[in-house]
Design a protein around this ligand. Structure first.
Ligand code: ATP
Length: 803
């Protein structure tokens, strides 16, 4: 099969990773990989006549579709056309928009923002005449499968193109432009859509490619603005992108603890949004807040659809509340820059899935859009997603905001609830006195990004409901020392952006003195417990749940929210902090790779934390484009190293002279006690000879990250609020039990987990069955296959096998 990939509509970070992934996956599956420049416009323009002749030397053709051919095409064979030129893999192509590419043509694309193959908004493709040209140009090159990466407009275009295809082929035959044989070969066009859009405006997928990076850019700006706002006690009104979708404004509001947000799907409901906003800001100022942040989505409007503009919001804040207010429009800074870790991993996995979907497509299967739900890559019929997306904007136009919200995915709705719960101060508690509880809040294990955000959300939930939030400082050791204090709404205000652990954390388990812990629970009248932490958090919950046999004080609802950069808690695919850590790793490795590439021929062996769990090393390798990864689960053997040395030697020998690049190898700290990072580095250096040199770097504690990533902050809020509502439900059940000696159900001691596309509470007694307690990790790692993927993408297995 010949598979072409194009990027269309507005650009977004991660589009280059899509192209890289589709090109590599196509070649790995034995297909030819092609790119189309400038979106649909490139399809319409095609290749100038005379430029379509055979570009590939015969010996390359015999290997076509294999990785043996690292690069295709030859500038010598190309005539100077009059069209504009395009440089790829050291060649300059003229008058060509549909170009076959090889493995190395997409080298180094991973970490670059925007799209290197260009994008456009093509008016011609909107016409049937334009699409006829596009069909002709594809058939001329023999291409029958297309991956389109763009927003809802681009995917609508893809759907129109596919449904019209038989008619277009018929017309081309009638016009004698194609032969009967070509008609036979191209009866059906296979199309798959990948959503590249910074707005996250596509329905039926949790995230679009580029949206996480845009959120990073916004949060960086707001974090910077917050400090100056605090110094001057100022208000800031920020406009962020999102014409029809408030996702960026909403998530930025949650991540940065904004005071008020305006999003198209849910305008303020009262008669005057000005009154509503001023009342909220005034309440916050009254309890002592020095900063005010209001976020306005580009497409924000009131309930009558009158636009809400930042300058007017500023005037309202200045005139009615007397606040010194400034407006900042973030504009195109939101689109650009290096993709964050997620915008490298997601497009890589989705690009692979897109090629699989194309290979499996038949005339009777629908065209798919590749999406993601929680942690699961999904295939969704493209038409359904496009129709649903359009339904949201129709509902907004009809002012049916309830419907608009109901059509957004559950995460969007939960985030709005999360924003309202954690950012807006209500002076009147919601629950009657008898339903209120005293909630212990504790951190366990090593610090991880998002731990403080989780506690902040829990405290604010408590204040809203009327519960008492009790911070247990310095873990269970602190509890034994009576280090317990009540937190307030304002006290936790700035915790969203803080890394580390504000409560203090250590590894002391309750089992160190279970009886004393029980007596402290009684003394402080702790009626519910939230533990935020890593494997120790899970062990602590296990201790307490088992302690219920002996101590009535533990017959309370208890929940563990996993937070650890190692992501080694069983049964959950995600822990808070792991995204922050991956981003820290990506930042460090981009810099290391640059240095390694500057020396042309250097292999850097980078050591990561992670204990006996290889998650961080493996996902880090995927996110940084490392060529090899060593994990504790698989260990390191001499045979493995021999193969890896062979791969590196072959790979460097295949590089064009003087154009070798730096390469990364990632090794988890506990992958082997014999083949240490230093030993491997020396081995590579010795074996590399004149071909390559080797150095090592240890990332150590830098991986715990500084400021938590937006994803860790928003997930902290969402999961923490789910934990709080879980505690409330079980507290209510216990309250209703007759008699004095309450008996908590086993399910009332649970861990909140993300499993594939679900968020689930798993009783700690069940979790233990999935845990490898000796190695402190899950018995089965969901990400294990990713190691093979990393090595496939680097071409290790194929290169070693072929040569
Ligand atoms: P963004 O989210 O950045 O706006 P988008 O993909 O929605 O991205 P659009 O400008 O709506 O951007 O669409 C990109 C291109 O897709 C258009 O310029 C056009 O070539 C094609 N396209 C969009 N809608 C259609 C359609 N109904 N029929 C044919 N082609 C279309």
């Amino acid at each position: 099969m010949k598979i072409a990939v194009l990027t269309s509509g507005g650009d977004s970070a991660g589009m280059n990773a899509v192209v890289r992934s589709v090109v590599k996956a196509s070649i790995l599956k034995g297909c030819e990989a092609w790119i189309v420049r400038e979106g649909y416009e490139g399809l319409v323009r095609g290749n100038k006549e005379g430029e379509t002749k055979d570009l590939y030397p015969p010996e390359d053709k015999s290997q076509s579709g294999t990785l043996h051919n690292l690069r295709f095409g030859d500038a010598e064979l190309l005539k100077d056309g009059t069209g504009d030129s395009f440089a790829i893999g050291g060649r300059t192509l003229k008058g060509r928009y549909i170009i076959r590419v090889g493995w190395d043509d997409v080298r180094g694309w991973f970490s670059q923002g925007g799209t290197l193959i260009g994008t456009a908004r093509s008016k011609t493709f909107r016409t049937q005449e334009g699409r006829l040209c596009a069909a002709y140009n594809l058939i001329k090159e023999g291409i029958d499968a297309l991956v389109v990466c763009g927003g809802d407009g681009s995917l609508t275009g893809a759907d129109v193109f596919r449904s019209e295809w038989p008619e277009l082929v018929k017309t081309l035959r009638e016009q004698n432009k194609i032969t009967d044989e070509q008609v036979q070969e191209h009866t059906h066009l296979r199309i798959v859509g990948l959503v590249g859009s910074i707005d996250n405006d596509m329905s039926m997928t949790d995230l679009t490619i580029g949206a996480p990076t845009a959120l990073h850019r916004i949060c960086e700006s707001i974090d910077n603005i917050s400090s100056t706002a605090f110094s001057h006690s100022r208000a800031f009104v920020l406009e962020v992108m999102g014409r029809h979708c408030g996702w960026l404004a909403l998530q930025a509001g949650v991540s940065c603890g904004a005071d008020f947000i305006f999003i198209p799907e849910r305008p303020p409901t009262g008669d005057s949004w000005e009154d509503e906003m001023c009342a909220a800001v005034h309440r916050h100022r009254e309890i002592g807040k020095r900063t005010t942040i209001v976020i306005v989505a580009e497409g924000a409007h009131d309930k009558t659809l009158q636009p809400i503009k930042p300058d007017y919001v500023k005037d309202v804040l200045t005139e009615r509340l007397g606040l010194d207010t400034r407006v900042t429009t973030l504009g195109h800074t939101q689109r650009g820059g290096r993709p964050c870790a997620f915008d490298r991993i997601l497009p890589t996995l989705q690009g692979m899935q897109a090629v699989d979907a194309l290979l499996e497509a038949t005339p009777s299967t629908p065209s798919y859009m590749i999406g993601i739900q929680e942690n699961k890559i999904t295939r969704i019929p493209l038409v359904e997603a496009v129709v649903m997306t359009k339904a949201v904007s129709d509902a907004i136009k009809e002012r049916n905001f309830e419907k608009a919200m109901s059509l957004r995915d559950p995460e969007f709705r939960e985030s709005l609830e999360g924003f309202l719960t954690t950012s807006v101060f209500d002076s009147e508690p919601r629950l009657p006195v008898e339903k209120r509880m005293r909630v212990g809040l504790v951190h366990m294990g090593a610090p991880a990004g998002g731990m403080n955000a989780a506690i902040r959300a829990a405290v604010r939930y408590c204040v809203r409901q009327g519960h008492t939030p009790l911070a247990i400082l310095n873990g269970f050791k602190g509890l034994l020392d009576d280090n317990v204090t009540e937190l307030s709404w304002l006290k936790v205000d700035s915790w969203m952006t803080r890394g580390g652990s504000e409560l203090g954390t250590n590894r002391t388990l309750p089992s160190s003195d279970l009886g004393a812990v029980a007596s402290k629970f009684q003394e402080h009248n702790i009626q519910a417990l939230l533990i935020v932490g890593g494997f120790e958090g899970f062990q602590a919950l296990l201790d307490l749940a088992e302690g219920r046999k002996y101590y009535p004080a533990f017959h309370i609802p208890m929940v563990h929210l996993p937070a650890t950069i190692s992501n080694n808690v069983p049964a959950t695919e995600y822990s808070l902090g792991s995204d922050t850590s991956l981003n820290a790793l990506v930042d460090a490795c981009d810099a290391i790779k640059q240095s390694a590439s500057a020396s042309r021929d250097r292999v850097f062996v980078v050591e990561t934390q992670g204990g006996k769990c290889g998650y961080l090393a493996t996902m880090g390798a995927l996110a940084t484009g490392a060529c090899l990864v060593y994990t504790p689960e698989q260990g390191i053997s001499l045979d493995m190293l021999r193969r890896d040395v062979k791969y590196l030697k072959t790979r460097y020998a295949l590089d064009d002279k003087g154009k070798s690049e730096g390469r990364l190898v990632i090794r988890n700290e506990a992958a082997s006690s014999v083949y240490t990072t230093e030993v491997i580095t020396r081995m590579f250096k010795e074996e590399g000879g004149a071909l390559f040199d080797s150095r090592f770097a240890s990332l150590g504690h830098t991986l715990q990250g500084g400021i938590p990533s937006p994803m860790d902050r928003t997930r902290a809020v969402r999961l923490s609020l789910k934990c709080m509502s879980f505690l409330e439900q079980h507290h209510e059940k216990l309250r209703k039990q007759a008699g004095k000696a309450k008996q908590a159900e086993p399910e009332s001691a649970s861990v909140i987990t993300i499993q594939s596309n679900l968020v689930a509470m798993v009783p700690v007694s069940e979790m233990v069955l999935q845990a490898d307690m000796v190695n402190r990790r899950a018995k089965k790692a969901w990400w294990e296959d990713i190691k093979n993927l990393v090595e496939d993408i680097s071409g290790r297995s194929q290169i070693v096998a072929f040569h």
